[in-house]
Design a binder for this molecule. Structure first.
Ligand code: KG4
Ligand code: ZN
Length: 340
């Protein structure tokens, strides 16, 4: 029996989780509200909030798991990529805690953790829907978060080929910027998702760029959205207010269609019949339903994560750490975090 304590602190969520043999016993997440008033994550404030949250969050994760800390066999932590000050809090805590317990440390890459979240086992295991099945290798994973947009081919837990990536902004970043242009609040993703449900996705058309292969680019979509609104606002200062839902539905459809078109192409070209999504944007309701529709069309299997594993959380770090534990892949106490 292997019990892992995992720590995630790469951006603005402080999280700790306990997993036993890949089964989640707890997953505590303290989201930082302090950034909302600034319309984005302020790194200095994030580091401070991690410093305040880390001990209560770890304490809660151990208590909710119903274990004694003496039962912990290893401490997994996100080493990067992320914000340096934020990472330093989690990395330093993990090192101290592992040293105090006399157990090994396991470093985890945040992006691998997002992808491997598909292997977390839940109690009770849902019989259908998100979290009910685990993918088999090889499978394709579209990783879409606030900082990353990648099409990955997983041949094994840690044998991951990157087929395509964004050449500029990440998909989540583009959605957040569109929300910011409309003055909807931060983070914009969940707000656009909610407003889009009331709108017409074909009301407005925003062009997507022609980028070779499986790569993406999102900065042009953001600019065309900005210029479109600037022109309309000249004619009608209330344009955004009047068409908010249609604007959200249209920009969401543009981004989701672009994301899935390339992922579908990659799966077809590689002859892969299982497609997963991961990362914060995988919480998006249109992305989830469209992935399911595309997979049904091709008789492929879709893997859609439970909501709690879409945005940043330590359970995903714990599952990645568990697979590394099985290989005896431990980290040195001197390792510094990496930011990219
Ligand atoms: O994975 P994550 O928590 O942090 C990073 O590693 O970047 O992803 C955060 C991103 C933000 O851009 C946020 O707006 C987006 O995920 N997001 C969503 C939704 N929920 C979160 N985007 C679209 N629809 C959602 N429902
Ligand atoms: Zn993330």
């Amino acid at each position: 029996m292997t019990t892992i304590l995992a720590i995630e602190s790469s951006c603005d969520d402080t999280s700790a989780a306990v997993l036993r043999d890949g089964q989640m016993l707890s997953n505590v997440i303290a989201s930082q509200k302090v950034h909302e008033q600034y319309g984005g994550v302020v790194p200095e404030l994030a580091s401070r909030a991690h410093q305040q949250n880390i001990i209560p969050v770890v304490d809660a994760a151990i208590r909710q798991a119903g274990i004694d800390k003496k039962e912990i066999d290893a401490v997994g932590f996100t080493r990067g990529p992320g914000l340096l000050g934020s990472l330093l809090v989690g990395v330093s805590f993990a090192k101290s805690f592992a040293t105090a317990l006399g157990v090994p440390l396991i470093e985890v890459n945040h992006l691998q953790a997002h992808v491997l979240s598909h292997f977390i086992r839940l109690t009770p295991q849902p019989s259908e829907g998100p979290g009910s099945r685990q993918p088999q290798f090889p499978f394709i994973c579209l990783l879409v978060s606030g900082g990353h947009t990648q099409i990955l081919l997983l041949k094994d837990h840690f044998d991951i080929e990157c087929l395509g990536t964004t050449i500029d902004d990440a998909a989540g970043e583009a959605i957040d910027k569109a929300a910011k242009i409309m003055d909807l609040g931060y983070p914009g993703g969940p707000i656009i998702d909610r407003l889009a449900k009331e709108g017409n996705p074909d009301a407005f058309h925003f062009a997507t760029p022609h980028i070779a292969g499986y790569d993406y680019s999102f900065s042009g979509i953001k600019t065309s959205f900005l210029y479109f609104l600037r022109d309309r606002l000249k004619e009608d200062p209330d344009f955004i207010e009047k068409h908010k839902a249609d604007l959200c539905a249209s920009i969401q459809k543009t981004i989701v269609s672009f994301l899935l078109k390339k992922a579908e192409r990659a799966a077809l070209d590689r002859g892969i019949r299982q497609v997963a999504i991961a990362g914060g944007v995988s919480a998006n309701s249109l992305l989830r339903s469209e992935l399911q529709r595309i997979c049904n069309k091709h008789h492929w299997q879709a893997f859609i994560p439970p909501f709690q594993f879409c945005t940043d959380n330590a359970a995903m770090v714990g599952i990645a750490a568990y697979f590394k534990y099985l290989k005896g892949d431990f980290a040195d106490i001197t390792l510094p975090p990496y930011t990219r």
